[in-house]
Design a protein around this ligand. Structure first.
Ligand SMILES: Nc1ncnc2c1ncn2[C@@H]1O[C@H](COP(=O)(O)OP(=O)(O)OP(=O)(O)O)[C@@H](O)[C@H]1O
Length: 259
């Protein structure tokens, strides 16, 4: 199977001279279609930078990005807009992303501007809500009338309406409480199962990686220190950093080690 996305020897440096920060250092990996890849690392390891590079929200310093066989490393203008139709991002801050004065319908309609045919747009909206387990009654509600979990599902539905080939979900904030995290993981797992969606999920919690990932990538200080199939990385970690992250997740330890 050929990869949907390839990151080849990518580097990103912010600033110059003594102030230079190498946020991503010679990172290479592939994402196979229909799989969930989880990128794990502590705060500052370069996860969000990696996502922003993949989304073409900033330029790489060196290296190559390939999407569906096309080199997208330096895409601009119309070509980049085409790319953005295929790759949608869900940034997990459901409390700030909503305009309190809009109904869900208004907000989703604004995202549908790219879809010219109104009937097609309406159908997509309803289908996308169904994929995240919501019915169309929610369209008449305002953000403050929704729970955090519902807002999060609507954020994902908004991304799905564009029928992306790749969904990039950045858990980013540690603000999400445990139930919201499980909500997000469940929705992502269902999307892979039901739609064969390709998902790139970013988290600082390796425990979440084992919950849904097919492939796990581990980053430390901008370096991809370990990557491979989830079972391999989680149950037979080779790198000391991965071992340390896993040792902080008590539920992954065999019961005889729990004392
Ligand atoms: N625009 C920028 N200018 C300068 N330095 C930056 C910029 N963006 C990120 N950095 C630096 O790059 C490094 C990686 O940051 P990044 O946000 O990618 O990490 P992260 O793993 O996503 O962290 P978190 O989990 O806290 O979001 C950090 O040292 C950060 O300070």
């Amino acid at each position: 199977m050929s990869a949907l996305f390839t990151v080849d020897d990518v580097c990103k440096t912010f600033g110059r001279g003594n102030n230079a920060v190498q946020a991503v250092k010679n990172v290479s990996f592939e994402i196979q279609p229909g799989t969930v890849t989880t990128l794990v690392g502590e705060s500052g390891s370069g996860k969000s930078t990696m996502a922003r590079l993949m989304l073409r929200l900033m330029n790489v310093s060196s290296g190559t990005l390939t999407f569906d066989g096309r080199d997208i490393t330096n895409t601009r203008g119309r070509e980049r807009a085409d790319y953005w139709r295929n790759v949608q991002a869900v940034f997990q801050d459901p409390f700030s992303a909503y305009n309190q004065f809009f109904t869900v319908r208004t907000m989703l309609n604004r995202s549908l501007k790219l879809v010219k045919d109104a009937a097609v747009g309406r159908k997509r909206m309803e289908e996308s809500l169904a994929h995240v387990g919501m019915d169309s009654q929610v369209l008449n509600r305002y953000a403050h009338e929704l729970s955090g979990g519902q807002r999060q599902r609507i954020m994902i539905a908004r991304a799905l309406m564009m029928q992306p080939r790749l969904l990039i979900a950045d858990e980013a904030t540690s603000m999400l409480d445990a139930s919201l995290r499980v909500n997000l993981l469940n929705v992502l797992a269902d999307l892979r199962q039901e739609l064969g969606m390709t998902v790139f999920f970013i988290t600082h919690d390796i425990g979440q990686a084992c919950y849904i990932a097919d492939q796990v990538l581990v980053m430390e200080h901008g370096v991809l220190v370990e990557h491979g199939p989830a079972e391999q990385v989680i149950f037979n970690p080779q790198h000391e950093y991965t071992q340390r992250l896993l040792s902080d997740v008590p539920r992954l330890q065999p019961t005889d080690q729990l004392g």
